[in-house]
Design a binder for this molecule. Structure first.
Ligand SMILES: *Cc1c(COP(=O)(O)O)cnc(C)c1O
Length: 222
């Protein structure tokens, strides 16, 4: 099936309150443009360099989301345009994003990545670490970032109960952390769910799904 058809199928299955991030990493601009012409405006990339190159050549009404792990020294390359950074998992990174946002007179929206998977390889912080950051003096002084939600990646497994448990854990964490609200902190987004599990994620409370291969086909890395 074509990218356009894949997109239409997925979109028609999403409830209205759920935002679709089309994960286009490793895919050529021509594929992204096909999605663009089918109406898609939100794209997710996991490498800053690749996202910058695509941003430079593509229409400017696209919202670019950084969904991968972010190295502090590369924040500067995307600070002028990135719309949402999903994978923020430490205060040092928040400080760097704030610093670069100031240079561009912007406020950059971020999600805190919570470690929900039982696997060791996934990035993210514990709910306690998140809550400590939010309550810290340092964080309260960061006026050019805004934490708008949480992000999580479930374990890579076929065990649906395990994945469900992890999604529920993120939803519970969201509920526990959302009663606080300040100038730079107001939770409204739960980013969870990918091609294999986005329906389950939505059932567990996701408001933003990151779908790649179900739209663009399998990725080949070389
Ligand atoms: C690649 C990626 C996705 C999309 O994965 P698919 O299984 O292709 O839908 C979602 N989230 C993150 C963080 C990714 O790196």
């Amino acid at each position: 099936m074509s990218i356009k058809q894949n997109l239409q199928n997925i979109k028609s299955s999403l409830p209205e309150h759920v935002t679709l991030v089309a994960v286009s990493k490793t895919k050529p601009v021509s594929d992204l443009m096909e999605a663009y012409h089918a109406g898609q405006r939100i794209f997710g990339e996991n490498k800053i360099q690749e996202m910058v190159e695509k941003h430079d050549t593509m229409p400017k009404d696209i919202e670019w989301h950084m969904i991968g792990h972010v190295q502090s020294n590369k924040v500067k390359y995307m600070a002028s345009f990135v719309r949402l950074i999903h994978g923020v998992d430490n205060l040092k990174l928040l400080k760097e994003i704030n610093k670069q946002a100031i240079k561009h007179h912007r406020v950059i929206d971020c999600l805190l990545q919570i470690k929900i998977a039982s696997e060791d390889s996934k990035f993210g912080m514990t709910p306690r670490e998140a809550s400590e950051i939010i309550k810290s003096e340092t964080f309260s002084e960061l006026k050019n970032i805004k934490i708008v939600g949480l992000m999580g990646m479930a374990s890579f497994t076929n065990d649906e109960n395990q994945v469900k448990k992890e999604f529920k854990y993120l939803k519970d964490t969201f509920e526990n952390l959302k009663h606080i609200s300040t100038d730079n902190y107001q939770l409204n987004t739960i980013s969870m769910g990918m091609s294999g599990d986005y329906q389950l994620a939505i059932n567990c409370g996701s408001t933003m799904v990151r779908v790649g291969s179900s739209i663009f086909g399998v990725r080949s890395y070389h």
